[in-house]
Design a protein around this ligand. Sequence first.
Ligand code: ATP
Length: 294
Amino acid sequence: MSIRMEDLTVKFKNGVTAVDHVCLEIPKGVYGLLGENGAGKTTLMRVLTTVLAQTGGTVTLDGMQYSEQNYEKIQKKIGYLPQEIDLYPGLTVQECLEYMGDLAGIPKELCRKRIRYYLEKTSLTDHRRKKMRQLSGGMKRRVGLIQALLNEPEFLIVDEPTTGLDPEERIRIRNLLVDFSDNRTVLFSTHVVEDLVATCSRLAIMKKGRFLYSGSMQELLDEAKGHVWICRTSDEGTAREIEKNYHVSSKQFVDGGMQVKFLSEDKPEIRCAPCETTLEDAYIYVTNFRAGRL
Ligand SMILES: Nc1ncnc2c1ncn2[C@@H]1O[C@H](COP(=O)(O)OP(=O)(O)OP(=O)(O)O)[C@@H](O)[C@H]1O
C-alpha cells in the first residue's frame, strides 16, 4: 500500500490555503506527521480519508485516483481516528463497536472476534459493558482507535491517538500501531515527539501547508547535527542572552546554575559545547531554520 500526493492543494472558501501544492509518497510502515497548530495536518488527513475533496492536484492509493467514483472503494481500505470523536454516548462500548462494525459491513462473528482482540490489546475488556458516556477521555480515545482498526484497513490514519493516555497505555497503543503496520501503512499525526521516535523511521514535518521535511528520522537528525549546543552557567545574564538570541530547546536548573540547550546555525560566541541531537531539537531546527526558505 502506497499513497502518493502530487501538487495537492486545499484552498478554503475563506481564502485560507491549508495544504499548499504538496508532493509526498507515504510507504508501508508507520509514517509520522509533525507540525505546529494550524500547519494543515488535519486538512491533509481529511483529504486522505475522502472526507474533504482537494481543490487541486492528485492523490492516489496504490495507483487508484482519489475521485468521487472511487471514494467508496477507497473508504473500504481506510481506517480513521479523528482528533475529535464522540461515539454514541448511550451505547455500551461493546454495542457501540458492534454497531460501527455493522456500518462497515463486517460479518457479525468476525466483528465480535476482532472487538474481543482489540479490547484486550487496549486494556478495555473490563470496561466493555460501560456506557460510552461513562468513559474517561483516554478510554474514549482507545474505543475510537478500535473503531478505526475494526475493518483491518490497509491504510490507517490516526490523529493524536495517544492524547489523554497515561504513560503505560501510551506505550501499549504505540506498540499496537507498530504491530498493526506490518504490511500496512499507518499515518501517525501527533505533537508528541517521543511517540514518533518510538514508532516510525520516516516522517514529514508540515508548516503553513507545506512540507519542510520528508524523509528518514536519521537524516532529519543529521540535518540538525552540529547546530545543537549546551551551556552551563550560573550567570543569569548569560542564560537570558541565550534565550534572547537563540532558539532554546530545553532549560533546567542544575547544581549551582542553569543548563540551557539551544540551536544555532554557526558556533555561538558564548562558552558552550556541542551536544547530541534529539528529534525535538531537529524539529525545532527544521521549523525555524528552514522556514525562511518557504
Ligand atoms: N473548514 C475550514 N474553513 C476554513 N479554514 C479552515 C477550515 N479548516 C481548517 N482551516 C484553516 O486551515 C489551516 C490548517 O488547519 P488544520 O486544522 O488543518 O491544521 P492542523 O495542523 O491540523 O492544526 P492542529 O495541530 O491545531 O490540529 C488553519 O489556518 C485553519 O484555520
